[in-house]
Design a protein around this ligand. Structure first.
Ligand code: OSB
Ligand code: MG
Length: 353
C-alpha cells in the first residue's frame, strides 16, 4: 500500500522543564523541539519530533542545524515522492550525509503515516507485542537531592531508576540510596565522564549494585569500554557510542559492551533502529529504549519500539507530567504500577495538540 507525500509542516514547540535536568555535561532548563507533520495522499497525517538539543553537548546536531536540514534539504527531497514501504525513505536519505536527528524526525512521521493508512497501531505495524511497557525514570539532580528524588520515584510506582553519575561522585551516597530500595532496579549513566585515569573510580562503582553502567567513557573509546566489560561485574551499556548500525557491530567485535541504548533520534529513525534491534537479537545483546527529555510524540514512537521482542530492560519512560506542565499529546502518558499501557489507536496512538 503506497503513500504519496502531499504536505510537510514543521512546528516549533518550546517549554520550560518543571525542574532542571542536571548532567555532568549540561543543565537543561528549557526544551525546544520541532514537531514534523507529514500528510499523505489519502489525508492521513503522521507525526515525528526532532529532539536535538539547543547546543551540541549530547550529539553534534543542534535544533538549529536540524531546522536548516529539514527545511532546506529533507522537505524538498520528499516533496510528492511515493513510497511502497517506509524503509524506502532511508534509501532516499543516502544522498544526505549524517544529520540523523533531522532525518529521524521526518522518517518517523512517515512510519506513523504508513501505520495510520493501514489502520494499525504503530507498535503492531513494526512487529511489537509486549504489553505493558515497564516505565523508568531518570534522576539528574544535585547529589543532595538524589535521595529525595529516588524516594519520590518509588512513591510514584516506578520500579527502575537511572541515576546520572560522574567520577567525583560519592560512592557512599550512592551505596546508601541503592541499598535503601531493594525492590528498585538502578541504572547509572555517566555520559562519558570517566577517563583512563579514573578507571579505578569506575571500579569503585562496581560494588554499588547497579544493573548496568551507561556510557562510562567517551563515544569513540572502544578499548576502554572493552576493558571495563572485562573487569567489572556491572554490565556495560553504550549510548553515545552507538550512532549507527556499524557502531553496534564494532561493539560486538571488540566486546566493548553488553547492552545497547536504542535512541531512534541518534540512529536516524525506525529503519536503522530496526536493523540494530535485529543485530542485537542475533548476538544476544541486551537492549532498552533511551529518552531525550522529549514530548509525547517522540515518547509514543519510543513506546512502540519498546514493545518489540528482546527489549527487556525498562526504558527511560516517565509520565508526561514528569517533565511537562502540559504535554503536546492527548491523552497524556501516565504511569500506573510502574508500567505504561500501549494505545490501541492507529499510528502512534495519540492526538497531537
Ligand atoms: O544520556 O541518556 C542520556 C537525556 C538527554 C540527553 C541524554 C540522555 C538523557 C537521559 C534521558 O538520560 C532522560 C529522559 O528523557 O528520561
Ligand atoms: Mg545516556
Amino acid at each position: 500500500m503506497a503513500v504519496t507525500i502531499r504536505d510537510i509542516q514543521l512546528k516549533t514547540v518550546r517549554q520550560p522543564l518543571r525542574s532542571p535536568f542536571k548532567t555532568v555535561l549540561q543543565q537543561v532548563d528549557e526544551r525546544e523541539v520541532i514537531v514534523v507533520s507529514v500528510t499523505g495522499d489519502k489525508g492521513h497525517v503522521g507525526s515525528g519530533e526532532c529532539v536535538a538539543f539547543e547546543t551540541p553537548w549530547y550529539t553534534e546536531e543542534t535544533i538549529t542545524s536540524c531546522r536548516f536540514v529539514l527545511q532546506q534539504i529533507l522537505v524538498p527531497l520528499l516533496a510528492n515522492k511515493t513510497f511502497e514501504n517506509p524503509e524506502e525513505v532511508w534509501d532516499l536519505f543516502v544522498a544526505v550525509k549524517g544529520n540523523r536527528m533531522a532525518k529521524a524526525a521526518i522518517e518517523m512521521a512517515i512510519w506513523d503515516l504508513f501505520a495510520k493508512q493501514q489502520r494499525e497501531p504503530l507498535w503492531k505495524f513494526v512487529g511489537g507485542s509486549q504489553q505493558p511497557i515497564p516505565a523508568g525514570i531518570v534522576v539528574a539532580a544535585d547529589p543532595l537531592k538524589i535521595e529525595e528524588q529516588v524516594a519520590l520515584a518509588a512513591h510514584s510506582g516506578y520500579r527502575r531508576v537511572k541515576i546520572k553519575v560522574h567520577p567525583h561522585m560519592e560512592v557512599a551516597l550512592l551505596n546508601s540510596v541503592v541499598a535503601a530500595y531493594p525492590e528498585l532496579q538502578f541504572f547509572a549513566d555517566a555520559n562519558g565522564s570517566f577517563q583512563e585515569d579514573s578507571f579505578d573510580r569506575l571500579m569503585a562503582f562496581d560494588e554499588i549494585g547497579f544493573t548496568l553502567i551507561e556510557q562510562p567513557f567517551g563515544e569513540r573509546q572502544w578499548a576502554l569500554h572493552a576493558k571495563a566489560k572485562k573487569e567489572l561485574k556491572t554490565k556495560i551499556c553504550l549510548d553515545e557510542s552507538i550512532a549507527c548500525l556499524e557502531d553496534v557491530q564494532q561493539m560486538i567485535d571488540q566486546q566493548a559492551g553488553d547492552i545497547v541504548v536504542l535512541k531512534m533520534s541518534r540512529l536516524g529513525g525506525w529503519t536503522e533502529t530496526l536493523k540494530v534491534v535485529r543485530l542485537c537479537q542475533t548476538h544476544s545483546i541486551g537492549m532498552w529504549v533511551g529518552g531525550m527529555i522529549e514530548f509525547g510524540v517522540s515518547k509514543a514512537h519510543n513506546l512502540a519500539l519498546a514493545s518489540l521482542p528482546g527489549i527487556v530492560y525498562p526504558g527511560d519512560f516517565s509520565a508526561s507530567q514528569h517533565f511537562w506542565e502540559k504535554d503536546i499529546i492527548d491523552p497524556e502518558i501516565t504511569v500506573e504500577n510502574g508500567t505504561i499501557l500501549l494505545s490501541t489507536q492507529s499510528g502512534i496512538g495519540y492526538r497531537v495538540v
